[in-house]
Write a protein that binds this ligand. Structure first.
Ligand code: RIB
Ligand code: CA
Length: 315
């Protein structure tokens, strides 16, 4: 039986890759998309999610989520990474579809309560929707099947500060609430996504062999590829969000460390995901009240890329 998933997303070009990857994988059954601010505004993220559903030619619910961080002031959107429209400035026409009436948190709660222990939440943007769902219905912590997030970093340098990754940095209070909840967060962070590079030649192969998603992903990905070329000098992009999908499909491709994670919510370390890696009992006991997370620290890059290529190209 395919695993039922909800993807919480701020599309975003690598979000599009991840969502199409999930749609193309028989191991997963995508029940819906919930949207959040992050790469773009939540309004634009919702339009973009509706575009992705339209391109795929399927009918699944899209639910609108959090527009701003839980506590901190909103940050400018990183239009230099994904373009002002989130899809490399393709400036697509309005999508035909509409979001559902239910909000993102309510959709998550309703789906989890109606399918106890069967729903995996895969969050590939800031974590406000998951935090809101926990706030409204704490029982979901023990009723989900799994929680997988793309976010955070432990030993790898951050991408918005030396210690912080973008999804966590965008809403550190929500992220800390998600890590503090009584569930196991499976964290796919920069420690592994910076070890998986989606080279431009694979993106060209997907363009040439995938008649549904290929051309859109290639066209939307040009701006993103240019950002990587100019900022990192690489002929390809880090596989951030799609690595979370690969983890959901085959966690054996990853090496993990288990331990409690807290998130710094203020000061110059804001957004840092701090993993307690010893059993030592510290006077500062902020980690003692937290359920262990499962943090990815190593990855089989070729295995992840092969999984993605098999789903997107068919070989
Ligand atoms: O740090 C990478 C993450 O931030 C990805 O989810 C990307 O889409 C952006 O949201
Ligand atoms: Ca994202």
């Amino acid at each position: 039986m395919p695993e039922k998933i909800i993807i919480d997303t701020d599309p975003g070009i690598d979000d599009a890759m991840a969502i199409f990857f999930a749609m193309s994988s028989p191991e997963l059954e995508l029940l819906g998309l919930t949207t959040t601010f992050g790469n773009v505004s939540v309004e634009r993220a919702t339009e973009n999610a509706l575009h992705l559903v339209e391109i795929a030619g399927i009918s699944i619910p899209v639910a609108i989520g959090e527009a701003v961080p839980f506590v901190q002031a909103p940050l400018p959107f990183p239009d230099f990474v994904h373009g002002a429209d989130g899809f490399g400035n393709l400036n697509l026409p309005q999508p035909k579809g509409q979001p559902i009436e239910l909000g993102a948190a309510e959709f998550i709660i309703k789906t989890v309560l109606q399918n106890p222990h069967e729903i995996t939440l895969i969050a590939i943007g800031p974590l406000g929707n998951l935090a809101r769902a926990l706030e409204l219905e704490p029982r979901i912590a023990k009723l989900v099947k799994r929680v997988v997030i793309m976010g955070g970093t432990v030993l790898e340098s951050g991408n918005v500060s030396p210690v912080a990754e973008a999804n966590i940095y965008s809403d550190p209070h929500a992220a800390d609430a998600v890590f503090r909840a009584d569930w196991t967060v499976h964290m796919v962070g920069l420690d592994v996504t910076h070890k998986v590079t989606l080279m431009n030649d694979l993106q060209r192969r997907i363009r040439d062999h995938n008649s549904i998603f290929g051309q859109f992903l290639f066209d939307a990905g040009r701006f993103y590829a240019d950002f990587y070329q100019s900022s990192r000098g690489t002929e390809g992009c880090y596989m951030h969000d799609a690595s979370a999908i690969a983890y959901a499909i085959n966690p054996n491709l990853f090496d993990v460390v288990n331990g409690p994670v807290r998130v710094a919510t203020e000061g110059f370390a804001k957004g840092q995901t701090i993993l307690k890696r010893t059993d030592y009992s510290y006077p500062e006991n902020h980690w003692d009240i937290v359920t262990d997370a499962c943090v990815c620290m190593g990855v089989d890059e070729s295995g992840v890329l092969a999984l993605y290529e098999k789903a997107m190209v068919g070989s």
